[in-house]
Write a protein that binds this ligand. Structure first.
Ligand code: FPP
Length: 235
């Protein structure tokens, strides 16, 4: 495939609406969402995409009902317990984006185990955003650099895009080339604000549980047809 994005980020929106439309509990919408995710990960890994970042739980999602937060946390735990073997076999490297410290203990342990187990793999970087906020990530990076400057380890004048990027959760990975948000909403919602500086954006109308491999292939093709100039001019 020509012009494959190196890094794809996905806001998997519409699980709730899908559940309501099918007169099902919201938890079942999220569960169906995991099935769609499984297919997208398989294709990304087969196609040779370098990194796939998915928004599983934001710093704002704690505001949802206890029932929904519990359902999402259970699903996350189940996911890490059940899918890790296949991901490891596929050589996937799992990284969590976000503040893991605030996750319940079992989830914290499961994600730490997945990161540890897959850290020396060589395939797709699968970034799972859990308790993640883009502004929070930038503030953490700024704080870390400020602390290093105060300790005399770095000269503030010497801070570059590269040194800043090394402080982000995605250190060492390419910037996002393509951001996909399903369900027709056209917002970035605090997802990978720094990394999406030059991302092409696609907003398919379909609700996330109905997103399929064919739709993903179509979106990858649409990305390949975009004229990317990064502020410059193409001939
Ligand atoms: C947005 O849909 C989706 C989420 C807040 C959660 C996404 C999570 C998953 C697909 C499953 C968990 C992920 C892993 C890795 C196990 P919404 O509920 O906001 O949809 P709505 O706008 O239609 O209500």
């Amino acid at each position: 495939m020509s012009q494959l994005p190196k890094h794809v980020a996905i806001i998997m929106d519409g699980n709730g609406r899908w559940a309501r439309r099918h007169k099902l509990a919201i938890a079942l919408g999220h569960r169906k969402g995991v099935e769609a995710l499984r297919d997208v990960i398989r294709l990304s890994s087969d196609a040779g995409i370098v990194a796939l970042s998915i928004f599983a739980f934001s710093t704002e999602n704690w505001r949802r009902s206890k029932e929904e937060v519990d359902a999402l946390m259970n699903l996350i735990l189940e996911y890490f317990r059940k899918e890790i073997d296949e991901l490891h076999e596929r050589d996937v490297i799992i990284r969590i984006l976000g503040d893991k410290a605030a996750l319940p203990q079992s989830q914290r342990e499961a994600v730490a185990d997945a990161e540890r187990r897959t850290q020396n793999n060589n395939g797709l970087h699968l970034n799972i955003a859990l308790n993640y906020g883009g502004q929070d990530e930038i503030i953490r990076a700024a704080k870390s650099l400020a602390a290093k400057a105060v300790a005399g380890e770095i000269d503030p004048e010497g801070i570059t895009a590269q040194t800043f990027e090394n402080e982000l959760y995605t250190a060492g990975q390419p910037q996002v080339d393509l951001l996909i948000r399903t369900s027709g909403e056209m917002r970035i919602s605090n997802f990978m604000l720094y990394q999406c500086a030059y991302a092409e954006m696609l907003f398919p109308e379909v609700l996330w549980p109905d997103y399929s491999v064919d739709l993903f292939k179509e979106d990858l093709k649409r990305f390949g047809q975009r004229d990317r100039r990064f502020g410059g001019r193409n001939a």
